[in-house]
Design a binder for this molecule. Structure first.
Ligand code: SF4
Length: 376
């Protein structure tokens, strides 16, 4: 089973009001201490081959390109490729891209960049607390191309307060015209404890209702499919040959090792998430103690339910024969009541040896997927 390596770089130039990720505003001293701890954690991890490496955040390119290059060199020495070539990705904020960054990333092995755009509409960008312009994104994509990055992905968000079907269509069209190889289109989720949660409490009418959100999602699928992007997961669309191998490994219930504060891992049937405390993370690593984490062994029904839930996120769905081969269970028989109930409502279908969400089912994917998990 191929292994994916995820490395969390949690510093950002500023904090967006909707964000629930593990992140802090960039401060040079904290960023340097964190990097030292991350290098220590990498050095102490057992060496093993990995199929993908993904630098996420936070904002990885808040670090300068030479720092990223040195980090990648250590990671690649510790986790050699399984095959000659492999996917190495980095998330980037477009307004922080400096001349020569992508060339440096490329020579450090990066072949995929994921640019956090969220919207091309100035008013929505302001609402999201972001500061880039369309020019920043165009410049970043052009630089990535010029410097030989083989795959460029853009992240977009729908159901932003104030967004309309027309403005969403314009953002999608701009992303297509800019020539993205891959587009992630995420529905806004309002997480408790964020400034957005307080805003929604005060002014619920500012936020999209379910009907508008479904309409916006439908526009994304129709617009991107018409432009030659294949939807391969609930939120992800790719031109041929540009699916994210790192994320596909998650949905295949593959193994991954997360390095850094708040990073998640899944190894030998155990899912764990590292502490979200920067101080606790740094202290543990520097004292050569285990990083404080919450872990859970996935067994029995929980393991099966998780595997079905992840595979249902993909447009292909659950390979019924493959599932039997891997887990020794006939998914259609084991989950017959759930499968039948959602087939009847038109949310799930069984066809060609696969159990999958219908197009309508993708709108309520979370509810359908959760029905496969044991109740707690
Ligand atoms: S840049 Fe990304 S990680 Fe940082 S605060 Fe904004 S949404 Fe969160």
């Amino acid at each position: 089973m191929p292994l994916g390596i995820y490395v969390h770089l949690p510093f950002c130039p500023y904090i967006c009001p909707y964000c629930d990720f593990v992140k802090w505003p960039m401060r040079a001293s904290a960023a340097a201490s964190y990097l030292a701890a991350l290098e220590r954690q990498t050095a102490s991890a057992p060496s093993e081959p990995a199929a993908t490496i993904y630098l996420g955040g936070g904002t990885p390119n808040a670090y300068d390109a030479s720092t990223i290059g040195a980090l990648l060199e250590r990671l690649q020495a510790k986790f050699p490729p399984l095959r000659d070539s492999r996917e190495i990705s980095i998330e980037c904020n477009p307004e922080l891209v400096r001349k020569g960054d992508f060339a440096a990333y490329r020579s450090a092995g990066v072949n995929r960049v994921s640019i956090g755009v969220q919207s091309f509409e100035p008013s929505e960008i302001r609402t999201l607390g972001r500061k880039h312009t369309t020019d920043d994104v165009e410049r970043a994509v052009a630089a990535a191309r010029r410097d030989g990055i083989g795959s460029v992905s853009l992240d977009l968000i729908f159901a932003v307060p104030g967004q309309t079907p027309e403005s969403w269509r314009r953002s999608l069209t701009t992303a297509i015209e800019i020539g993205a190889d891959h587009i992630s289109a995420y529905g806004l989720t309002v997480e408790e404890g964020t400034p957005y949660a307080a805003w929604r409490q005060r002014e619920p009418a500012s936020f999209a209702n379910d009907r508008l959100e479904a309409e916006l999602y439908d526009i994304a699928i129709a617009t991107l499919e018409a432009a030659g992007y294949e939807q391969y997961e609930i939120s992800n669309f790719a031109r041929p040959g540009h699916c994210s191998a790192h994320n596909q490994n998650y949905w295949a219930n593959g193994e991954y090792l997360g390095l850094g504060v708040g990073a998640a891992s899944y190894r030998n049937g155990v899912r764990s998430v590292a502490t979200r405390s920067l101080a606790a993370y740094i202290e543990a690593v520097l004292k050569e103690q285990p990083v404080p984490s919450e872990s859970e062994r996935l067994e029995g029904e929980a393991r099966l339910g998780e595997a079905v839930m992840l595979a249902l996120r993909t447009v292909q769905g659950v390979n019924v024969a493959g599932f039997k081969g891997r887990y020794g269970v006939d998914v259609l028989a084991r989950f017959a009541p759930v499968v039948e109930a959602y087939e009847e409502t038109g949310m799930l279908e069984v066809a060609g040896g696969f159990l999958r969400l219908t197009r309508r089912g993708r709108f309520v994917a979370n509810d359908v997927c959760e029905a496969f998990l044991p109740s707690t």
